[in-house]
Each structure stands twice: as C-alpha cells, then as structure tokens.
Design a protein around this ligand. Structure first.
Ligand code: DUC
Ligand code: ZN
Ligand code: ZN
Length: 470
C-alpha cells in the first residue's frame, strides 16, 4: 500500500478542528499537514469542503446473537459491512457464555464466528451467563486475551440473568483484574410478574412490552448495580440507558466520585412508546429496555446527559430480527404473535448511528461536532481500551477515517440499507450529512456509493483495560 493523502478537508477530533491534510501510509496516520506543503499521495481523497473524522467505534453490537429461539439476523459478515457503509470502523460485540458452558469456550466460539468474516476491526465483551468458580478463574484469562469487560444481566430470568450474589462475585473478580462490568440494568424479576399479569388481562400486543418494562424498574436496577459497584470498587458501565430515573442514579454516583459511566442508543433519543403502538407492526420496535413514553421527558434528559458528559457514549445495541422470515434463521419477530414476551428483543441500527447522531445532534444544534466525535468514537475507544489506535486522527493511529459531507444528505430506507433485515426503524427519514468515504486501516472501503472491502479485512482487537477512569 502506498501513500494516501486526504486533502482539503476539516479534520475534526474530540478536541480540535483543523484545516489540515492527512497523510496515510501502511494503514496508519503518518502526518497531519498544514495546507502549504509539497507532499503528494499515490492516491488522493478529495475532502474539500468536507469533515474528516475518526471512524465510528460502536461498542455494543450483537451479530448472530442466539435469542428467543432464533438468531440476530446479521452475521459478522453482513453486520460489519453495513457498519462500514455507515461510517463505523470498529465494533465491540458480545461473546456469550450460556449456563453450564465455560466462558473461554463461549469466547472461542464467537472468535470462530467472526474470524475471516469481518469488514472492519472487532473486539469482544463477554456475557457471563453463569457465574461460578470456574467462570471467575476464566475472567482473568479472558482479560489477558483482551476481553476486558463483562456484561451481566439483571433482566431475562432463566436466560442471561444473574442474581445479586453472582453480580457481587463477578464484580469483585473484575475489580481485581482491572476489568469493567457492563450492566443491563432492568429488574427482570419484577418485569416478569407485570408481563404475566398483562398477558392474563389479554394484553398481548407489542405495545405492552413497553408498558410492563417500567422505567422505574430501570431506575431501581441501575441504583442497585451502582451500590454493588460501590461495595466492590469495580468500574461500572451501564449499557443502553433509556430512562431519566436511571440517568439520575448515574449522575448522583458520578457526583460522589464513583467510577460509573453510561451509554445510550439512537432508538432512545429518537423513538418512543408510540412506535410500539401500531398493532403487530410495533414488533419492529421491541427491544430492551423498551422505547419510553415520549411525554415523560426521557429524550430531553438523555440529550442533556450527552451534553454534560453524564452520558459518555452512544452505541447501537444492534440486534436485528426480521418481520418476515429470515432467509437463514426462519421465523423471527412473528414468534411473538399473540404474546409480546415471545418477540425476539432487538432492533437494527449499526449502519445508522453515525448519520442519526450527526443529523439529530450536530445538524439540529444539540451538540457540536467535536462532541459528536467524542461520543461516537473517542470515548468509546478510551472506555474499552482501544485508544489511540482507534477513536482519533493522530500520528500513529490506525487510519480509520470517514469523510462526511455536511452539505450532503441521505434518506434512510430498507431499500438501500445493507443490514440483513427486512425493515428500517427510521424508514424515509432524511438525514443532513452524507458519509462519502470510509477508510479502514488506510484502505478505502466505501467511496462513490460503492463498497470495495472484503470479508477478512477486519482483525481481532485485543483490548487493554479501560482508559477512561475518574
Ligand atoms: N436487549 C435487546 O433489545 N436485545 C438483545 C439483548 C438486550 O439486552
Ligand atoms: Zn442488554
Ligand atoms: Zn445488547
């Protein structure tokens, strides 16, 4: 690979905006050049009038997740290609340990699914679904393999759920190893009672998924997770925070100086309970935590949290399921006809995160462009030990770079997206800003509305422990 010059653009990092050209060689950024220079590239990417930003880092995806009797519709091949189209150049997916299985075996199985198939670089968190003495020992081995964060569930009893005792044991071990606990904070035991009562009343539509998974139960679980983290001293990261009750708990903990962080996702910033309300069509929007009541002020609070750094990251929780049959995995959302608790939980999003947050955040004046880079790339990379290889444009960093035209536009549609799922949650939405060119490790993989990468371009990312600690 020769030298590539990205010329004429405005380079944006989390802290700076520079009129500079970016010189790339051997997959890395080798220089940031003022405009007056005489250096030529073997290849030139014209970025005149455009923003040159770090490739997105999506730290929450579920490719091929086994869930609710089927599998998330995107494989590592289709999901990472779609991510690239949308300007995301690294993901951290969740490997799964199921009950009775060793965590190492779970991680190796996910490594095997990803190996040779990814369009962009990828790392793993580990879902620890069965905390026992062996799992605790394996957590240490996993940290050495670069799996430095463990996801636990206070939801989904009988599936991924851990009780408070298991959570404490895992937190103690993670703390010892310098690892982070990622928490799905919803009180699943209470939710299951409310769900059963709703079904008994004949409330079977997808809408009731949003009704029974009360925001107060996200607040309660977030509070409990924070207290257990305080007890054990572990670094805690609340995943997919959707409710202001939960945000209040995070804010209070951070004000006390505790190492507590949280992400939210585009669906909680742009969609609401109303989307769940149109008969079975609402199944498109069934995810957990659920979309929240638009009148209750959750969205405004989440944007405020992003502005004030009480929320540090926007990820997707990409976990798509088809409304019709999936060509390989068969029946998906329809499994929940007549019983909302059987709808596979999850929504597509990995392709749309960067454009949704640029449009809704920067173009609509809620955050500036530096903050956009910070919450979509820089902080995710720091939070999960990938910085400065990923998440910035600096000498020595991987040349994962996106050229975004702030004057361009893009209409989101199932007809044009690249995720392997038969609907878009944002069908017909017009986005200000167009992702024009995507470079991964110095190779242009998206340009001129064409994809020029291949499965296997993406490599495994062993991660250090978090670089984002109070
Ligand atoms: N939430 C979802 O919506 N899908 C997968 C798992 C999760 O926690
Ligand atoms: Zn979750
Ligand atoms: Zn998830």
């Amino acid at each position: 690979m020769g030298k590539t010059l990205i010329k004429g653009g405005t380079v944006v990092t989390a802290v700076e905006k520079m009129e500079a050209d970016v010189l790339v060689e051997d997959g890395k950024v080798v220089a940031l050049l003022g405009r007056e220079h005489s250096i030529d590239g073997d290849e030139v990417v014209d970025a005149t009038g455009k923003l040159v930003i770090p490739g997105g880092v999506d730290v929450h995806t579920h490719m091929e997740l086994p869930f609710g009797g089927t599998y998330a519709a995107d494989t590592f091949e289709t999901g990472t290609r779609a991510a690239a189209w949308g300007g995301t150049t690294s993901i951290i997916d969740f490997a799964v340990q199921t009950v009775g299985e060793s965590a190492m075996d779970g991680w190796e199985a996910w490594m095997e699914k990803a190996r040779g198939n990814c369009a962009i670089d990828y790392g793993f968190h580990m879902i620890t679904g069965d905390i026992n003495d062996q799992t605790l020992k394996e957590m240490e081995l996993l940290v050495r393999e670069g799996v430095t964060s463990f996801k636990m569930f206070m939801a989904y009893p009988g599936v991924f759920y851990s009780d408070d005792g298991q959570i404490v044991r895992a937190m103690q071990k993670a703390q010892e190893d310098g690892a982070t606990i990622c928490m799905h904070a919803e009180n699943g035991i209470a939710i299951d009672v409310l769900a059963e009562q709703a079904l008994d009343r004949g409330e079977t539509d997808p809408y009731y998924h949003g009704v029974v998974r009360k925001s107060i139960l996200e607040g309660e679980a977030t509070h409990r997770a924070i207290k257990l983290a305080e007890l054990t001293g572990v670094q805690l990261y609340i995943v997919h925070l959707s409710a202001h009750e939960a945000l209040d708990e995070v804010i209070q903990a951070r004000d006390r100086g505790q190492n507590v962080y949280a992400e939210t996702c585009p669906q909680y910033l742009f969609l609401s309970l109303d989307n769940l309300g149109n008969g079975f069509d609402g199944a498109k929007y069934v995810c957990s935590p659920p979309l929240r009541d638009g009148a209750a002020g959750h969205q405004e609070r989440l944007w405020q949290g992003l502005r004030t750094n009480d929320l540090q990251v926007v990820s997707t929780d990409h976990c798509p399921f088809c409304m019709g049959d999936h060509h390989a995995f068969g029946t998906q959302k329809q499994l929940g006809q007549g019983d909302f608790t059987k709808i596979p939980n999850g929504m597509p999003g990995v392709e749309e995160r960067m454009r949704l947050i640029y449009n809704g955040g920067v173009a609509q004046g809620r955050i500036d462009v530096n903050r956009f880079v910070e919450i979509t790339a820089t902080t995710p990379a720091k939070m999960f030990g990938l910085y400065p290889k990923k998440g910035t444009i600096a000498v020595g960093s991987d040349a994962d770079i996106v050229v975004l035209d702030p004057n361009g536009s893009h209409v989101i549609s199932v007809d044009t997206h690249h995720m392997d799922v038969d609907y878009s949650a944002y069908e017909g939405w017009e986005m200000v800003g167009k992702i024009e060119t995507v470079m991964s490790k110095g190779k242009v993989i998206v340009a001129n509305d064409e994809y020029d990468g291949q499965p296997g371009d993406g490599e495994y990312l062993p991660r250090s422990t978090s670089q984002y600690t109070i």
